[in-house]
Ligand binder design. Structure first.
Ligand SMILES: *Cc1c(COP(=O)(O)O)cnc(C)c1O
Length: 354
């Protein structure tokens, strides 16, 4: 970054580029054909993630969407349903994959900031639909919650959902694309979160900083089925230890540093919240995602994002009212300060003209 005005690209934590240490780890990785289950680096990554999440087995996938959709397919099939909150990534941002690939229908409820609402989830669930109603195969919990603004789901609530669904014979899938952030923010062990679901997906390519990859963890039987589903969907990869090596490196060297992203996000949330309390409540900013209700300051989300972008702070309008800014590995303190200054100035000016 040269010059007086650094660009802070806060559109997403998927934007991270591999560090040189990560690239070196990729070059040196031993590999084999992973469709034959002969890639030792992939196997090591899968074992590590399964152990971290407290599950029997795991499977490396090219994307989080595939890990989620195969996870759902392990629970549900044509003519059954999956339920979650209205902002859930699996319902909103995977292009209808559950319906398009698996014949699964979905229902949802409105959840403030994506926060898990166990009573509503259990009330919406239909464990035995009989000959009239669609039967619920699975409830999806997202932790942290992306479009909710990086919301951490309380462990106690996840446990209550697990108990209520288990009693009814309904499965739980945890979309843990950013479960790493929840773990670092709260100190709750990954395995404690993992114990609250039958199937868990995690992303290596968000804040952890790997270029590609997600992992699905579940029972050994489910992962054997998932291996078939992955190949059927075109996700059987060959000498992919090169990519798994990046994931292993990220878990070893770039997990704990997520606390830095959280610290920087909290700094900006406090500054903006002090000036514009209707736009953001810093107490609700739990991790690395800052969602601003810019409409409360008279801006349209698109107008606000465009104005910030002109001054080198890139964000993303999640709907007409809300602009999202996400901290990650490639954002340092200088860029954070620049983002704080620009966003504060725009909120103070107000967006009557936008
Ligand atoms: C990013 C993300 C995914 C997976 O996205 P891909 O782009 O398919 O890897 C899944 N769930 C959540 C909550 C996400 O933020």
């Amino acid at each position: 970054m040269g010059g007086a005005t650094p660009t802070a690209d806060l559109r997403s934590d998927t934007l991270t580029r591999p560090t040189s240490a990560m690239r070196a780890a990729m070059v040196d990785a031993p590999v084999g054909d992973d469709v034959y289950a002969e890639d030792p680096t992939v196997a090591a990554l899968e074992e590590r993630v399964a152990a971290l999440l407290g599950h029997e087995a795991a499977l490396f996938m090219p994307t989080g969407s595939m890990a989620n959709q195969i996870g759902l397919r392990l629970h549900a099939g044509p003519g059954t349903e999956v339920i979650s909150d209205h902002l859930a990534h699996v319902l909103r941002a995977e292009l209808g994959a559950a319906a398009a690939f698996s014949g699964i229908t979905t229902r949802s409820w409105v959840a403030e900031r994506g926060r898990l609402d166990v009573e509503t989830a259990l009330a919406v669930m239909v464990p035995d639909g009989g000959a009239y109603q669609v039967g619920t195969a699975c409830v999806v919990v997202e932790n942290t919650h992306n479009f909710g603004g990086g919301t951490v789901q309380p462990l106690e609530e996840m446990r209550r959902l697990r108990e209520g669904t288990r009693a009814a014979g309904v499965g739980v899938h945890l979309d843990g694309a950013r479960l790493w952030n929840a773990h670092v923010a709260t100190g709750v062990a990954l395995a404690d979160y993992g114990a609250c679901a039958d199937t868990v997906s995690v992303c290596l390519s968000k804040g952890l900083g790997a270029p590609v990859g997600s992992v699905l963890a579940a029972s050994a039987d489910q992962i054997a089925q998932a291996r078939v589903l992955r190949k059927r969907m075109g996700g059987g990869m060959r000498q992919v230890g090169l990519l798994a090596a990046a994931g292993r490196h990220a878990l070893e060297h770039q997990l704990e540093r997520l606390a830095e992203d959280h610290r920087r996000t909290a700094q900006v949330a406090r500054a903006l919240g002090a000036a514009a309390p209707d736009v953001v409540d810093p107490a609700q900013v739990h991790t690395n995602i800052l969602v601003l209700d810019v409409a409360a300051a008279g801006w349209s989300a698109a107008g606000f994002v465009a104005a910030a972008g002109e001054r080198g702070v890139l964000g993303y309008p999640t709907d007409a009212r809300h602009a999202r800014f996400v901290w990650h590995l490639d954002i340092d303190d200088t860029m954070t300060q620049h983002a704080e200054d620009v966003l504060l100035d725009l909120l103070r000016r107000g967006g009557a003209a936008s």
